[in-house]
Ligand binder design. Structure first.
Ligand SMILES: O=C(O)c1ccc[n+]([C@@H]2O[C@H](COP(=O)([O-])O)[C@@H](O)[C@H]2O)c1
Ligand SMILES: Cc1cc2nc[nH]c2cc1C
Length: 348
């Protein structure tokens, strides 16, 4: 596993800000749109960046631990929701259609036989989903590496089509548990702060989930310096490992990356541990209502665009924030300057 991700060269930032300050508007008045425009200009190393063929990659996987009562919903919802995607009826379908993003649905290891299906990418690492990390590692190291490689392969294929802005999202009953364990180990935040209500656990069920997560950490007994593949193998979902590979390959290809919710950001944490420069390529779309997302974003030094109580997953936060990103690039390219419009620049 090797990814070569150079830090973004921010040497154009000043020239981009000068271009922005010459637009027909008071200095600074487009707020964070200006910051996004500068970042994207630097990622693409141009004063006139373009967003081409935006993609959302939605990875789905099942979790052996789901049967232990860590989710408000039964595991079957994972495959049933994939069927819903294939019919175009999920929130992710609606928002990706609305905003002109291509959505790919990828089966990373859902415990269901879909057969060959148009519109579904079969990338199953294990047809039964992961093992129960309360009792044994969720996957083997070989499976973890295969999942990372598969996610990277899919993102590279998307880049080859000309896409230069991509988000990853997910679907998998129980996957907030995995994301909590990964977040705890990669950020050092307390387990208590990383475990949340997911799909909507009540107080009693949340207390039970926290006890189980503690048990999982004790069972694995990872050393303090455990590497990221060990952590993902112990606790990961296949969809989390695949998102990790997709994000790494996306940054390697110089894509703008849209970070989504709690589970997708756990994959970003893993990618960041492998290649810290990936953070330069990211735009943090939203802060999920899931406990622990804020700590993840703080650890990564992000500043989410939206904080509107969403906690659905499926890439929906990134999809809802995408028009803001598009607006940033559009104003940079299309707004008149003071000189071209003949508007007085200086305050009297
Ligand atoms: O993206 C988020 O921040 C988010 C927060 C809570 C839940 N989810 C979604 O809900 C599922 C996981 O929740 P749970 O309770 O089953 O662990 C999974 O399919 C995620 O897409 C997603
Ligand atoms: C219905 C449903 C849809 C979802 N989408 C992502 N996670 C989900 C969880 C549930 C329960």
């Amino acid at each position: 596993m090797h990814f070569s991700i150079p830090p973004v060269d921010f040497s154009l930032a000043q020239a981009l800000q000068e271009k922005i300050d010459n637009k027909t508007k008071p200095v600074g008045s487009l707020g964070r749109l200006e910051e996004i425009a500068v970042r994207i200009g630097c990622i693409q190393h141009t004063l006139s960046p373009q967003l081409r063929d935006p993609h959302m990659l939605i990875f789905a996987g099942d979790h052996g631990a789901a049967h232990a009562g860590i989710s408000a919903y039964p595991q079957d919802v994972s495959w049933q929701m994939l069927e819903n995607y294939l019919k175009g009826g999920a929130a992710a379908n609606v928002f990706s259609r609305l905003n002109g993003m291509t959505m790919l649905a990828i089966d990373a290891g859902v415990a269901h036989d879909f057969g060959p299906r148009e519109g579904l990418i079969d990338a199953k690492i294990d047809p039964a989903g992961t093992r129960n990390y309360l009792e044994e590692p969720a996957m083997t190291r070989a499976q973890c590496l295969a999942a990372i490689a598969k996610g990277a392969e899919i993102a590279r294929a998307v880049a080859d089509r000309g896409c230069n802005i991509m988000g990853v999202g997910e679907k998998g009953i129980g996957n907030t548990g995995s994301a909590s364990l990964i977040t705890h180990l990669l950020t050092g935040a307390s387990l208590d702060d990383c475990v949340g209500r997911g799909t909507g656990l009540d107080d009693t069920a949340l207390a039970h989930k926290k006890a189980l997560m503690k048990q999982a950490i004790q069972r694995a007994g990872l050393p303090a310096d455990a590497d990221v593949t060990e952590i993902l193998s112990e606790f990961g979902g296949f969809e989390i490992a695949m998102m990790t590979g997709a994000l790494l390959a996306g940054a390697e290809r110089g894509m703008v990356l849209l970070a989504d919710g709690f589970i997708a950001t756990s994959a970003l944490l893993a990618a960041h541990r492998i290649a810290p420069a990936i953070g330069d390529y990211c735009i943090f779309s939203h802060c999920s209502a899931e406990a622990g997302h804020r700590a993840q974003i703080r650890f990564l030094g992000g500043n989410p665009l939206l904080d509107i109580g969403m906690r659905l997953g499926e890439g929906t936060g990134a999809m809802v924030a995408f028009p803001i990103v598009r607006a940033a690039v559009a104003f940079l390219n299309e707004m008149a300057s003071f000189a071209s419009a003949g508007v007085s620049k200086h305050i009297r």
